[in-house]
Ligand binder design. Sequence first.
Ligand SMILES: Cc1cc2nc3c(=O)[nH]c(=O)nc-3n(C[C@H](O)[C@H](O)[C@H](O)COP(=O)(O)OP(=O)(O)OC[C@H]3O[C@@H](n4cnc5c(N)ncnc54)[C@H](O)[C@@H]3O)c2cc1C
Length: 481
Amino acid sequence: MYDYIIIGSGVIGSLIARELSRFEAKILVLEKENDLATHQTTANSAIIHSGHDPKPGTLKAKLCVEGNKLYHELKKELDVPLLYTGAFVVAHDKKEEAMLDDLLKQAKLNGVPEAMILDKDQARKEEPKLASSITKVLSLPTTMVTFSWEVALAAMENALKNGASYQKNAQVTGIKKTELGFDVTINHKQVIQSKHIINAAGVMSDVIANMIEPDFEVKITPRRGEYFVIDKKVKGLFEHVIYPLPTDKGKGVLIVPQVHGNLLLGPTSELIEDKENVMTTREGLNYIKEQLTSLSDDIPYHQIIRTFAGVRATSTYGDFYIQESKNFPGFYHLAGIDSPGLTAAPAIAKYLIEHVMHDLPKKKANFDPIRRRPVSFRESSDQERLALIAKNPKYGKIVCRCEHVSEQEIIDAIHHPVGSDTIKGIKKRTRAGSGLCQGGYCESTVLGLIAQEKGIAKHQVMYDAQDSPILVKETKTHEND
Ligand SMILES: Cc1cc2nc3c(=O)[nH]c(=O)nc-3n(C[C@H](O)[C@H](O)[C@H](O)COP(=O)(O)OP(=O)(O)OC[C@H]3O[C@@H](n4cnc5c(N)ncnc54)[C@H](O)[C@@H]3O)c2cc1C
């Protein structure tokens, strides 16, 4: 019998697992996919928003501003990457300047520090590639950018270090109330018992809720966001996150410098039926190009290396829904955690535990809050590189030439406590395959290393999901060479 089962290993479930691992409790995180944080947390703009956008008085406004501050603590404790970009929201005429003034008032009401209006000359001095049509900007210096997937990984790694457990390929398919708590069915067969359940299933949070309470008051109305990724050669072209003025549909199409040097352009915001449909479309990508003309005259479209899409868990509730079930005490729902959910995530985890959950067990005396990032050859100095190679020559064998990822880093990622044995899992952990050639050069070597380290045949190595082979069968063996 577990004390807590957390459904979903996105940034929300992973940070909740870490917060709960401060207590004397038996915790299990269940994830239906073949790796953690495979949905919203892997496909978003990665912005740690200042908190200027949510309506004052909402939980989104409160937890966004608090979450933004908490990221400094997460950086110290979990070593998560943070780029201190700041942000500009742009205006083009008197009408938009008035809207910018209102946005500044809203930012101040929400408690956003250091927000101020800059005229076009001040703005262009800091950001020379802004569109010539821009007349004023709202400057939001506390805006930052992270690598969202790594926040989830770091939190999970730390939760496991502090005694929590994690099971992937474990889809929750049924939940039943029992006398002692809840019976949770995984993959239609295995049943696990828990005293409490935390529903952090993102776009599927209403599906999970409906397994036990069909009259759950929140419905997820998924919104897809599409993006272009620009090669890291353009690093430094834009230093700030650039936003248009927000509309009813959200924060609009943005320019976002990324922690690894790339530039992200997007997202769109389109209501869709299928909650996990992450296809990009010609219409969506053309829309991004149209919208960006109001932010810059100088977008390097010739440097696009890929496109992708993510689906937001937007809901009929209109705010973050973080509540104990009205019908089933001990069952906690986190629904409608769309943007700024990444920003708010550390504050959401604390809010759930400090204000919503009750009867928590005793705190552990030996909770260890520290996690450190694995060695990165790319980020090491020449001296550090030499020391690494002297220790292990495999650090000197570069597998991914675009991102300078060594053989040993790939081997480390395979055997990491939250390791992976898929091409995409290794890509997310090491960046092998994230560069200009998108794996064209290194993918077969990564595949060979996974097979070698796991002791499996090459055709058994998956791209991402459990049933996503890249190779079908061996066509040439030593016997018939
Ligand atoms: C296009 C886009 C742009 C965004 N930009 C930003 C931004 O710049 N800044 C910001 O603050 N926020 C942003 N967000 C929002 C942010 O990404 C999310 O709020 C955050 O990632 C939510 O995390 P989560 O853990 O709730 O959801 P998810 O990451 O989706 O995790 C939910 C997990 O639950 C699992 N799951 C679902 N059903 C089951 C089941 N039956 N059994 C077991 N597991 C299950 C899923 O597989 C998934 O891994 C954006 C979102 C999108 C889509």
